[in-house]
Design a protein around this ligand. Sequence first.
Ligand code: FMN
Length: 272
Amino acid sequence: MIQVIKQRHSVRTFEKKEIPLDDEKVIQKIVQESMNEPTPFGTPVKLYFLRNKDAHSPESKKVGMYGYVKHVPAYLTGSTLNTKEGLLDFGFVFEKAILELVKRGFGTVWLSGDFDNEDLENFAREGHVVPVMAPVGYPGYKQSLKERFLRMKQEASDRKKHEELFGLQDFDTPLEKSHPYYDVLELVRLAPSALNKQPWRILVDGDHFHLYLKRTEKFPAQVADSEMINMGIAMRHIMIGLAAMNHTGTIQVDDAAMRPEGLEYVASIHVN
Ligand SMILES: Cc1cc2nc3c(=O)[nH]c(=O)nc-3n(C[C@H](O)[C@H](O)[C@H](O)COP(=O)(O)O)c2cc1C
């Protein structure tokens, strides 16, 4: 999975190809397995695989907050409770499904926003939201011009430095490369995030990771808090990093964790 995290990047242009039934079965299995795992805060997160009725439309199409997608054969989407814990659990579960899809050669991208899709209305029960839709298909050989432009813009800033995001006990002390958890945090640095804002700020204190959210001022209003979803993605990447070291982690809210100014404390992971 670590290799998958390192290789993954958002795909917004797909081959003009339907998903054959055999591949749909693979995707459905990923959906089921991702959904069946217990979530850190106990929210039942539901995932759905949808074929795109509009797959053959010739134009690239704006879906979600920004960015254009082209020739999308299908979508992965899902619903959760519209609470902090619900969105953390959603990020945690959905990222697992995304990584499993990438591992099997599918291309995908997280898209958030207010979707104009009649199927989705049935998925969001009272108190629930459908926060993202992720196109699923075979990565297009040629990126569209719009996609290349978006990537160029993103790559200019691409990822923040390790020391900007993470600290040892406080945010003024960077982790040495030799620190056992340096590489675990590197996996968070490579994670996807809405608008590539990388809002994760994490302190390592002994065997604890304390996760904080640095909110972006004037973040576009959305049906659900994408910034909190990003934190669920970070939790998933840390758990994958710990598993690779033969550790497990317990995710919980820790009243003793520092509360640095300007950051929103989210949760902690205690290494076992
Ligand atoms: C919660 C979330 C919401 C996102 N929403 C959108 C979106 O609406 N439109 C889009 O083109 N990309 C969206 N993205 C993809 C990010 O732009 C992308 O992950 C980020 O720029 C980093 O690029 P990479 O995924 O290629 O590493 C979203 C990502 C996340 C995690």
